[in-house]
Design a protein. Structure first.
Length: 186
């Protein structure tokens, strides 16, 4: 697994407790991928909580490749993750930019698909995700970033459901780094 600092090992334990309490449900669910599952994880109750977002942001910052100069993710799930990470980084004197990727390009104004600063071509960007199942959302984000001549080498997720996402990203030459897997919730 990941070699976190002693402080972040405790953060990870506390985050798992929060996720189990606020984000995990057992039952019969249809996931965004269309797959059926007995396990459902909605990380928003934790990522939209100050304590939860602080834990996630600290862990993601330690997990993120230091050569990455920006973070990005698809709106809505990644919005708090992206914002939390850049604020946490700034509090430590690290300058990391952020991009929010629209699911649909807006039909007015600049018709932008990416919101945030304009990054230099070839800038390395880390994609943030809450839950990875098949990696469909992450791949959409990666493709949009690549269309804008940005470099993506990794995706950080809170949870990997281990349902093909890791393999799908590997085919794209992208490394998936997750704080937890579905096994941590069983």
């Amino acid at each position: 697994m990941n070699n976190f600092s002693q402080k972040n090992k405790l953060n990870k334990e506390n985050l798992l407790k929060l996720l189990i309490e606020k984000s995990y449900k057992k039952g019969n669910f249809t996931l965004a991928s269309g797959k059926k599952s007995a396990h459902y994880l909605n990380c928003k109750p934790v990522s939209l909580n100050g304590t939860g977002l602080k834990l996630i942001s600290n862990l993601f910052l330690e997990l993120m490749d230091p050569s990455s100069k920006a973070v990005a993710g698809l709106t809505l799930g990644a919005d708090p993750l992206v914002s939390g990470l850049i604020v946490t980084a700034a509090s430590q004197g690290l300058l990391i930019d952020a991009l929010i990727i629209r699911k649909e390009i807006k039909e007015y104004g600049t018709k932008a698909g990416l919101e945030g600063p304009i990054l230099k071509e070839g800038t390395e960007v880390t994609v943030l995700e809450d839950v990875v199942t098949t990696a469909g959302s992450a791949i959409k984000a990666i493709n949009k970033l690549r269309e804008n001549n940005l470099l993506v080498k990794e995706v950080l997720s809170i949870v990997d459901r281990r349902e093909g996402g890791y393999e799908a990203l590997k085919e794209q030459n992208i490394q998936l780094k997750s704080l937890f897997s579905i096994e941590d919730f069983l």
